[in-house]
Design a protein around this ligand. Structure first.
Ligand code: SF4
Ligand code: FES
Length: 234
């Protein structure tokens, strides 16, 4: 099947020259948009820049906008896309660096700010696992499957309006630890969560739920987190 691909081109050294390049690429059944990008880079234009690593929906690095929706290029089969022309853009909301690659540093900084690790001074690390009941694990299981692709945060209008907003991915990570029964670090995380760029910026728009390739519902977990913070403070 032969389709036309409109690929966003950008160079932060020449920002005024942003444009789309068009390529016609033949694909076989089962091939993905990432396969198309690899084909373009190998045989049409070696200067095309995009991120990828695992090609199996695990590393999160190939998140981009395909026909207006945030998706993983390696999980998006061309035959799933009905249009004959497919437009590929970088993730919106993040600063573009080159072509489809965006600056993810602020995303990771926010993630680190919510202390994404187990906090429990009464239970120092040992050489054994810290066991958890299956029931307790189920509360956070879905949240632990986040691959940090950034698709949710990039799709969030609250984030577009306030670039300092933590965003759904960092808040989901906070939920994952706050609701881990082995963690007691809520008070340490409160200053980051309970401020004008924190939890309360989430207005339950729910774009993040639609954008998540792992079928996580960040909005729901953020709501649980809001309730927990209110209970803790008031
Ligand atoms: S919650 Fe989903 S969309 Fe957001 S970073 Fe994690 S995997 Fe990506
Ligand atoms: S290349 Fe790893 S998730 Fe797509």
């Amino acid at each position: 099947m032969k389709k036309t691909y409109r690929i966003f081109r950008f160079d932060s050294a020449k920002p005024k020259q942003k444009h789309y390049d068009t390529f016609k690429v033949e694909t076989a059944k089962g091939e993905t948009v990432l396969d198309v990008l690899i084909e373009i880079k190998a045989h049409h234009d070696g200067s095309l820049v995009f991120r990828r690593s695992c090609r199996h929906g695990i590393c999160g690095s190939c998140a981009m906008q395909i026909n207006g929706l945030n998706m993983l290029a390696c999980e998006t089969q061309v035959e799933m896309l009905k249009d004959n022309t497919i437009t590929v853009d970088p993730l919106p909301g993040f600063k573009p660096i080159r072509d489809l690659a965006v600056d993810m540093d602020p995303f990771y900084e926010k993630l680190h700010s919510i202390l994404p690790f187990l906090i429990n001074p009464d239970s120092p690390p040992t050489d054994k696992e810290r066991l958890q009941s299956e029931e307790d694990h189920r509360k956070i299981e879905l949240a632990t499957s986040c691959i940090l692709c950034g698709g949710c945060t990039s799709s969030c209008p609250s984030f577009w309006a306030d670039k300092d907003y933590l965003g759904p991915a960092a808040l989901l990570k906070a939920y994952r630890y706050v609701f881990d029964t082995r963690d007691v670090g809520l008070n340490e995380r409160l200053p980051m969560l309970d401020n004008k760029h924190g939890l309360w910026r989430c207005h339950t728009i729910m774009n993040c739920n639609d954008a998540c390739p792992k079928h996580i519902f960040p909005t729901e977990d953020i709501s649980h987190l809001k309730r927990k913070v209110v209970e803790e403070k008031y």
